[in-house]
Design a protein around this ligand. Structure first.
Ligand SMILES: [Zn+2]
Length: 472
């Protein structure tokens, strides 16, 4: 590598599918991306972190850590002890949709976790969700964000939010900030509204190509085109959705009153179960057991196993996972079952019981995280064991994790628009993302947690302690 990059710009092209990006590059529709970030014409891939949903899956880019390690195992989460201690039922759960998501996330993320400010103290944020360690004014969209997103909700014209992102990014470039973190929101929204491979979703990519062209033009005029690292990645893909499955109703039939935070009106008192979907393609499900103040119930018990059997017979459901009392994670799907256990800081034990739940060819029983990534990278479930393991270690993660098969989602209640795109799960349609850069990217398989340490290394900066990703 030549001299380290003096500046870096990271663009989170939210919810972009790797295969759509590759197809549009092949068709010559993204000439600026091709010229500046993809000279070979082959779009590199990375594996996102689980759950594959905005918010949790943004954190790897800002911390170098998995969402479970960061304490954010869903775009909603539930904390049984805090809920059990709350007299009103109002404590103990969280949403990052709506207002104050930055303030909530800055407070909720695990203390001491690395931040962008640790590497680049003058980072400028455009629509970022986690800004800990940076001054309030570092979030350039702090005033523009609410009007921009309210306009998006009212007009459903999310492409204009990308205009707002671009103008804030231009200000950041001109400010001289050594690192700029930009969220470009429209592919996620267009995908949910129209379907992730639709012509309307592709308009986001076409527009983004113009943004990249103008960005490199500006950097060239400033004499910074060679010395600025530009990285484009996404937090998740999306699958087309034809059928909704009411997971909350299935849980409520067996367990009684169920809190569904995403639903417009939901009970919060005398609740027996909690269903919190993320991206609608995964859900954290919590059960009261003896009481919310007690530890997680043992899911080997009959009512839980009956629910699990029912869900495995449901066409919408892909893979389920829960903890055994010894801490081992049981993963079960239509294809079979496996046991998953951490054996070290970056190693695991994966024991197939009766057919592999992800359809993997035989894997070594004992693997480092790197070996697991390499062995599963090209499969329909890239890195699923590491994704589940890291997510489920946090106390806020569900007692039962439910994922949906592509084509389905796990909600069937009112949302402000009918969702045609789904993510959150472990399937490659959700987990495989494009990773484009003008940096010296190698061929090794990468996770999105590797992006932060890799960018730091390419900029000649020290990677903070506690990062779980690997500098490539
Ligand atoms: Zn997203």
């Amino acid at each position: 590598m030549n001299a380290p990059f003096r500046r870096s710009i990271f663009l989170l092209f939210d919810g972009a599918r790797w295969d759509v990006m590759q197809q549009m590059v092949d068709e010559g529709q993204l000439p600026n991306i091709r010229q500046h970030l993809c000279p070979t014409g082959r779009v590199p891939q990375a594996v996102s972190a689980f759950p594959t949903v905005s918010g949790p899956a943004h954190l790897p880019f800002m911390t170098g850590c998995f969402p479970g390690t960061a304490g954010i195992p869903g775009i909603y989460w539930f904390d049984r002890r805090a809920f059990g201690a709350s007299a009103t039922g109002l404590g103990g759960y969280r949403t990052y949709l709506g207002l104050f998501k930055v303030e909530k996330m800055n407070g909720d993320v695990t203390p001491g976790i690395p931040t962008l400010a640790d590497v680049w103290p003058d980072t400028a944020f455009v629509f970022g969700w986690f800004t800990r360690g940076s001054p309030y004014k570092a979030l350039l969209t702090r005033w523009a964000k609410v009007p921009s997103f309210v306009r998006g909700y009212l007009t459903k014209d999310w492409l204009r939010c990308d205009d707002d992102a671009e103008s804030a990014m231009v200000r950041a470039v001109e400010s001289g900030a050594s690192n700029i973190f930009v969220v470009v929101p429209s592919p996620d929204e267009q995908g949910h509204r129209f379907g992730p491979t639709s012509q309307e979703a592709r308009r986001s990519y076409l527009k983004f190509d113009g943004t990249i062209g103008r960005l490199f033009g500006r950097l060239a005029r400033r004499g910074e085109a060679e010395s600025t690292l530009v990285v484009v990645c996404s937090d998740h893909g999306q699958s087309d959705t034809h059928t909704h499955f009411a997971l909350d109703a299935a849980v409520e039939r067996r367990f009684g009153r169920t809190l569904v935070y995403k639903r417009f009106a939901t009970p919060i008192r005398d609740v027996r179960a909690v269903v919190l979907p993320s991206g609608n393609g995964m859900a954290n499900v919590h059960f009261r057991g003896e009481s919310w103040a007690a530890p997680r119930p043992d899911l080997a018990g009959q009512p839980y196993q009956d629910l699990i059997a029912e869900l495995l017979g449901e066409p919408a459901v892909d893979v389920l996972a829960w903890r055994r009392t010894d801490g081992t994670i049981e993963v079960r799907g239509r294809r079979g079952a496996a046991l998953l256990r951490r054996t070290g800081p970056a190693s695991l034990d994966y024991q197939v019981l009766d057919g592999d739940p992800f359809g993997y060819d035989a894997l070594p029983r004992s693997m480092t995280f790197e070996e697991c990534l390499a062995a599963t990278f090209a499969t329909p479930y890239p890195d699923a064991p590491v994704g589940l393991l890291t997510d489920m270690e946090h106390p806020r993660s569900g007692d039962l994790i439910v994922t949906a098969l592509p084509g389905f989602d796990l909600r069937n209640w009112w949302e402000y628009q009918e969702p045609h795109g789904t993510h959150g799960g472990l399937h490659q349609d959700h987990a495989r993302v494009p990773l484009l850069t003008n940096g010296p990217l190698g061929d090794a398989p990468m996770r999105t947690v590797d992006v932060y340490p890799t960018m730091a290394a390419w900029c000649g900066r020290t990677v903070p302690a506690g990062v779980e990703g690997v500098a490539r």
